[in-house]
Design a protein. Structure first.
Length: 192
């Protein structure tokens, strides 16, 4: 009888331990932002990440899962809701942007930033984000360093948390804000 109770208690503890793993996410250790540490990333030709994105404007806001793949001549960004619902695929190559919402209507434009912002209904610095998501200022614009990032083109870019990826440091939590838009990005997985 005593053995049976101990066995039940042991199994109960085991179940609680296992279920606890699914309820708590483990964040990477906190590493401070350092522009100097990220400088070699300007030479990085190919990278990708999966994460979560929220954008809040004055009158609208939305959240999405994001899968961003970058190569030397192409950006591919897939935005989707829970369980991949409502997926939108944005591809940018050689100054041409293509947006596919999965409804059979693929839209194309040779003015990427204006077109994407028209589709989003919010102004998002599309060209600069390619650099900002990996922890770098856009190279062709002036910037001012801050303790946790930098200011560039009217935007404050803050790296709230960094993470170790292979032999370098990459962003984990990023806030990009101006007077009208607040963008938050959490990068769950980097592939370099």
């Amino acid at each position: 009888m005593l053995y049976s109770k101990a066995r039940v208690i042991l199994w109960g503890c085991w179940v609680l331990l296992l279920s606890g793993c699914s309820f708590f996410t483990v964040e990477p250790p906190s590493i401070p932002y350092s522009k100097t540490a990220t400088l070699p990333l300007y030479k990085l030709q190919q990278w990708s990440f999966e994460g979560r994105l929220s954008i809040t404007g004055r009158t609208d806001s939305w959240t999405a899962n994001v899968d961003w793949q970058h190569s030397a001549d192409k950006e591919r960004v897939k935005l989707s809701g829970p369980l991949g619902q409502g997926a939108t695929l944005i591809q940018l190559s050689k100054g041409i942007v293509t947006i596919d919402r999965g409804d059979g209507k693929v839209q194309t434009s040779n003015q990427p930033e204006a077109f994407i912002n028209q589709q989003l209904g919010l102004f998002v610095p599309v060209q600069s984000l390619r650099y900002w998501v990996i922890g770098l200022p856009e190279p062709n614009q002036n910037f001012v360093e801050t303790a946790t990032g930098f200011k560039q083109a009217g935007w404050l870019i803050e790296y709230k948390q960094m993470q170790a990826v292979k032999t370098t440091t990459m962003p984990y939590k990023i806030n990009v804000t101006n007077e009208q838009v607040k963008l938050k990005l959490i990068v769950d997985e980097w592939l370099l």
